[in-house]
Design a binder for this molecule. Structure first.
Ligand SMILES: CC(C)(COP(=O)(O)OP(=O)(O)OC[C@H]1O[C@@H](n2cnc3c(N)ncnc32)[C@H](O)[C@@H]1OP(=O)(O)O)[C@@H](O)C(=O)NCCC(=O)NCCS
Length: 139
């Protein structure tokens, strides 16, 4: 059971052919800047599922939750992670050279961001901007 935390958004990627979950992403609203991360099932990697999932979650985060900037940390040696972030439309940004993971492991870190000047809260009652004629999120 995932602990209840309203600051943590969970997204699941489902393979429509088999109706099985193939990946998961989180957006941590409680962090400043807001953090995005994810994982694809080890047997389903390299089939562009990760790119499709991250691109979709980016749009939801920017254009539904109204988050103007997302940041992702990636271990410097993680070739797949860096390629995934790039292919999904994130760009390099500044951040600490090292990062300590929840399990205590200290890594050499690279940092990536996704920004959207048109970030908009979609819920009509909370909407800050008109949604008409907004350009699509740059993918
Ligand atoms: C990183 C991860 C999410 C990528 O998911 P995926 O579905 O395999 O990625 P995609 O198939 O969409 O591929 C995206 C890009 O990564 C590249 N890629 C995928 N696996 C790779 C690997 N092992 N080595 C190098 N590049 C790789 C693909 O070629 C593609 O780049 P391209 O379009 O320029 O060719 C997945 O490998 C994973 O879950 N890894 C473990 C957790 C992790 O590292 N999370 C990310 C932390 S930053």
């Amino acid at each position: 059971m995932i602990p209840r935390d309203l600051q943590l958004l969970h997204f699941a990627g489902v393979d429509r052919a088999t109706s099985t979950m193939l990946g998961a992403m989180t957006v941590e609203l409680g962090k400043d800047p807001v953090d995005i991360g994810g994982i694809i099932d080890i047997g389903r990697r390299g089939q562009r599922f990760g790119t499709e999932l991250l691109r979709t979650v980016r749009v939801i985060a920017h254009r539904h939750y109204g988050i103007p900037r997302l940041i992702a940390g990636c271990e410097a040696s993680n070739d797949a992670g860096r390629a995934w972030l790039t292919r999904s439309g994130l760009t390099r940004t500044h951040g600490p050279d090292t990062h300590t993971l929840p399990n205590g492991r200290r890594i050499q870190a690279t940092w990536w961001e996704s920004t959207d000047p048109y970030a908009t809260i979609a819920c009509r009652s909370r909407s800050r901007r008109r949604r008409d004629h907004l350009p699509p999120v740059g993918l």
